[in-house]
Ligand binder design. Sequence first.
Ligand code: ZN
Length: 241
Amino acid sequence: MTSVYEAKQQIVEIGRRVWTKGWVAANDGNISFKVSDNEFVCTPTGVSKGFMEVGDLLVVDRHARKISGGPLKPSSEIKMHFYVYDQRPDVNAVVHAHPPTSTGFAVAGLSLDACALPEVVALMGQIPLADYGLPSTDEIPKSIDPYIKTNSAVLLANHGALAWGKDLMQAYYRMETMEHFANILLTAVQLGKVNLFTDKQVEALEGLRARFGLSDPFTGCNRNPTGLPAETGKVRDIYDS
Ligand SMILES: [Zn+2]
């Protein structure tokens, strides 16, 4: 079991990674870990995620009241983290950032729903796009509501992305896989062709989930309906300009 101290150390490390990768600017982003139903470790508001120290992190209760930790207040976006924990008792960690390519899809109004890479199909399925919600308000929890029980990450329209998992590293790696996928998909779109996996290929990949012991909720991605290769310049209706 992860201790509060270990969770704080992991959050510091994940903060350093998301900042180094350029997934947050200034004081953007927030990370949390569920210790128990009424005890959560979270990042404070107003700090760069690249330069946090263990002593900056907070332990708060389910109402975001500080129990212990640094001098700053908890992030106002902790509301959306609580919303995920409430809906998913199997989830113990949530990571929020603004990775540029994934967020570019979210600004363009596009979900990451193409069945195009094995690890994404097998590990994450599709990454849907939630409606825009005003940051720090209840609009965001409301906007992600349809996707929490069926997915492991979501794009936030005109804002960023949210990923969750059984532990901090799983939530972080889901964000990393999503952004890597978004970069590759964008490159394929720019090259003018996106060859999607066929039904048979997707079923084989989804079959690996059982072998890897993955039983998380999962929404499938969009497949190639004809089995024919994509034509140049005919990416898919939604990606064609
Ligand atoms: Zn944000």
